[in-house]
Design a binder for this molecule. Structure first.
Ligand code: 9MR
Length: 348
């Protein structure tokens, strides 16, 4: 769960958001905006307090066309210990998106890692009712504003041997908790695109196969599954061609795809530390391969390509190892050469 210190930061940042303004892209010395270079939505993971900062808000509004709340639309933020729901930060993110013409993408309704106390304490019927209330309330609140949702996040076991056990599967059934989540989300917002999202799909072909079989089973059961999310958290030792193979295979069901959380770690590679020029060259190549694989999909299958944070210092990877530089913008929110690499791979 989130340490209280970070939660505490949000309230003061949100107060700032009320008088927020954004800097024009030209004032930041930015190249062609990324969102103009891509013929599909380009997303970024954000936190409300970042958007309240004029510099960061300006870069986000000028470069991107879609927002994913990095953690403030998860149960860890929304569900209070007494079961009350709070929406201050996600509302601020949604409001920023409306004001600046960016799409909002909801992340994430049901995730094995998030098991709030308020749910653990509920017994049988009340658990199911609480589940329905949660999904209905959250999706319903952003009805007409969120273009889509990660309905179930990371359901597949790493070795591809079935699905993960979690509070939701134990109380509602291993398949039923997922099917039901899609049904409830559809009832709360008939227009939102509802996705199944998972990670390591380019590293682990067996996991990918199980993920696709799960998607097929959901469709067969009548679940309103509208797209597949492949998180694309990479390290620079990923073999060339692996992303392309994954994207092609995931596209084989014909559903829209979301590269939903892309970053490329320099330091998580399994070999020796890759902070040198060779690691950076591999990082550029992986970003280029992902952009190229995505743009060569049929247009109707390009839901969006989302980067998991703006600045390197914002990244979850930097909290693990501050030497990492996984994103497209440096610690001062200046575009790195990687941004031009991505734009070149998109054909601009
Ligand atoms: O980057 C997110 C980090 O700030 C949060 O503390 C964490 C828990 O909410 O989630 C991180 O994002 C994860 C995403 O929601 C699901 N895929 C893996 C991401 C990185 O851990």
């Amino acid at each position: 769960m989130r340490p209280p210190t970070r939660r505490g930061l949000v309230a003061s940042a949100l107060a700032l958001a009320a008088c927020q303004r954004v800097e024009p892209a030209s004032a930041l010395g930015l190249p062609v905006p990324l969102k103009s270079a891509a013929p599909f939505p380009v997303g970024v993971a954000v936190q409300a307090e970042q958007l309240a900062d004029p510099l960061l808000g300006g870069v986000v509004a000028s470069q991107f066309s879609q927002l994913t709340p990095e953690w403030q639309m998860k149960m860890e933020y929304i569900v209070e210990d007494n079961g009350a729901l709070r929406f201050t930060a996600p509302d601020a993110i949604a409001e920023f998106g409306s004001r600046h013409g960016l799409r909002l993408f909801g992340h994430t309704l049901v995730w094995h890692e998030q098991q709030p106390k308020a749910f653990v304490d509920l017994d049988g019927t009340r658990f199911r009712q609480g589940y329905a209330n949660y999904i209905g309330s959250v999706v319903g609140r952003y009805r007409g504003r969120a273009v889509g949702w990660d309905v179930v996040n990371e359901p597949v076991a790493e070795d591809g041997d079935g699905w993960r056990d979690c509070l939701w599967s134990e109380r509602l059934g291993a398949f039923e908790y997922m099917r039901l989540a899609f049904e409830l989300a559809r009832a709360a917002d008939p227009a939102a695109v509802l996705l199944l999202n998972d990670y390591n799909l380019e590293y682990l072909p067996a996991k990918r196969t199980t993920f696709l079989k799960l998607a097929e089973a959901l469709l067969k059961a009548g679940a309103p599954l509208g797209g597949l999310g492949t998180q694309t958290h990479l390290a620079v030792d990923l073999q060339p061609g692996a992303i392309t193979a994954a994207i092609r295979e995931l596209a084989s069901l014909g559903l829209p795809l979301h590269i939903s959380e892309m970053d490329v770690s320099l330091v998580r590679a399994k070999g020796p530390a890759e902070l040198g020029e060779e690691g950076r060259a591999r990082q550029r190549a992986l970003y280029a391969e992902a952009a190229h694989a995505f743009i060569t999909l049929p247009p109707a299958q390009r839901f969006a390509m989302t980067f998991w944070g703006l600045r390197d210092r914002d990244s979850w990877l930097d909290r693990i190892d501050a030497a990492d530089e996984p994103l497209l913008f440096d610690d001062s929110a200046r575009p790195k050469p990687l941004l031009a690499t991505v734009e070149a791979a998109l054909g601009t």
